[in-house]
Design a protein around this ligand. Structure first.
Ligand code: CS2
Length: 492
């Protein structure tokens, strides 16, 4: 692979590529970001880039990976940490090189000790993370001590494998060196993501060393954030778009996303922060209403389209939106079933928000695969759908779209789209597959076995016959008439 690699030739990029205007020579790793995937490139690091462009300063970002190979990081370093961001929609395309990253650390290249020591450096003031829902190793609002990787880390704290283990090891070192307070900021799609991160880190530390846990209590804050930008995994088409935009040059770290972005951050930083508000971030006292709005309306609809759209033969979200029935039912899910569960401050107009989301989903340049969003359903459903179901059961109100979504997931995990098989990505995949194998032939037993997964379906819901009956009925409906007809029947 590296034989073909040639670094970006900055002098010969097309004039349309905007380059950083700020002094990058003064950047220091003051933020360490764990999990530098597509989203972090286009959101977390982009906001820092824009902040630097607005006010300058030395807030650089070190990016850290615990998995895979260091190949992409090596290439990033060879490109002086520049990479390409292409923001595209059916109306417009905008192109720039981002420059906020100033260092990389990969466990496979640098060794775990370097990563741990890095988090203890005095100038480092924020550890941020995008490690996906499952990366927090939290189960039923507590650290998941049944998780084999957490067990490993508790016994081998010098060589952690999880982000949580790494953070605790770094904080322990920081305490030992007397290097002062720090903030740990989650940027993942979880409700109360700061609170959850705090739970995981504190409980882990408590198991290791009470004094460390007390130090963390005093010296570490865990703000919550709501993050939003649609950044699909790269496809051959998006790679080609990057290459074309760069006048034929290749940037393997480049990324393609939509123009829209939103970031709402709880202003609770122990040791300072960049002026992200200069890059359009909203710094607020309480993020929760925004998180719920986004998780239920945007992500809840995404998951609805992921399972039901995929099973109905639609490969991308834009394809789903091109189907008037899917578009109309998605809007009803947003406006009729998610909106009533939300309590927004001030002037937030949830109908306008839904209409803007439908427009974003219709962006045909993005090729956001339904199959990609369908991953990790066991980790996503509670915050996207099930809290809303609870609201409706209490109020006695209609929520058939939410229920059909659950039934869609139950069909999806069977890995059978009209005879075609596909990969199931989920941390609980093995357990799900054995339920399919053992009970799949008997719809009643199958649905009951899935509803009994207590880390996914809360006990109070499963104890309510209205919920279980509705799920059984919706599952049977999809089996009887097919997915597209079941979605169309929602209109009746
Ligand atoms: C998506 C999100 O993959 C998924 O589960 O729903 O990645 C979504 O695109 C982002 O949260 C948008 O901000």
């Amino acid at each position: 692979m590296s034989a073909e690699f040639s670094p970006l030739d900055l002098a010969n990029l097309p004039a349309t590529v905007e380059k950083p205007s700020y002094d990058r020579s003064v950047l220091k790793p003051r933020i360490a970001h764990i999990g530098f995937g597509a989203f972090a490139r286009a959101h977390t690091a982009m906001h820092l880039h824009e902040t630097l462009a607005a006010v300058g300063g030395d807030w650089g970002m070190r990016v850290i990976e615990l998995f895979g190979t260091a190949d992409l990081f090596d290439k990033l370093a060879q490109n002086d940490y520049f990479y390409t961001l292409v923001e595209t929609s059916d109306d417009d395309t905008n192109l720039r090189l981002l420059g906020a990253v100033c260092d990389t650390q990969h466990v496979a290249r640098d060794g775990i000790e370097a990563l741990v020591n890095g988090l203890a450096e005095e100038q480092l003031k924020i550890i941020s993370l995008t490690v996906t829902e499952k990366g927090y190793c939290v189960k039923n609002d507590a650290l998941d001590t049944d998780n084999a990787m957490i067990q490993h880390d508790l016994e081998n704290i010098a060589a952690p494998k999880t982000a949580i283990g790494l953070i605790v090891a770094g904080l322990a070192k920081r305490k030992e060196l007397g290097n002062g307070p720090i903030t740990v900021m989650s940027c993942d799609n979880l409700p109360n993501n700061g609170v959850l991160t705090g739970i995981a880190v504190r409980e882990f530390a408590q198991k290791l060393d009470g004094e460390l846990a007390a130090w963390i209590e005093e010296n570490v804050s865990f703000p919550s954030t709501m993050v939003d930008r649609i950044v699909p995994a790269l496809t051959d088409e998006s790679r080609a778009l990057i290459k074309e935009s760069l006048g034929g040059q290749t940037d393997l770290n480049g990324i393609v996303c939509e123009p829209f972005r939103q970031w709402v951050v709880e202003d609770n930083f122990k040791a300072g922060r960049p002026e992200w508000e200069k890059a359009g971030a909203q710094l607020v006292a309480d993020v929760e209403p925004f998180e719920e709005m986004k998780l239920r309306t945007l992500n809840g609809s995404h998951s609805f389209l992921a399972y039901l759209g995929f099973l109905a033969g639609k490969e991308t979200i834009a394809e789903c939106m091109a189907d008037p029935v899917f578009a109309a039912e998605t809007r009803k899910l947003m406006v009729d079933e998610q909106r009533p569960t939300l309590h927004m401050p001030g002037d937030v107009d949830l109908v306008a928000y839904a209409d803007m989301l439908l427009k974003r989903f219709a962006n045909s340049q993005l090729k956001h695969r339904t199959w990609q969003i369908a991953s990790d359903g066991t980790q996503k459903m509670p915050q996207r759908w099930l809290n809303s179901v609870r609201h409706h059961l209490k109020a006695g109100t209609d929520h058939r779209h939410l229920i059909l979504g659950v039934a869609g997931w139950m069909h999806y995990i069977r890995q059978d789209r009209n005879g075609e098989s596909y990969e199931l990505q989920d941390p609980m995949a093995e357990q799900l597959q054995s339920i399919v194998a053992e009970k799949g032939a008997d719809a009643k037993a199958y649905v009951d076995a899935l509803l009994a997964l207590d880390t996914v379906f809360p006990q109070d819901l499963v104890g309510d016959e209205r919920f279980t009956k509705a799920v059984h009925d919706a599952y049977a409906k999809v089996a009887a008439v097919g997915t597209a007809a079941a979605v169309a029947a929602l209109a009746a």
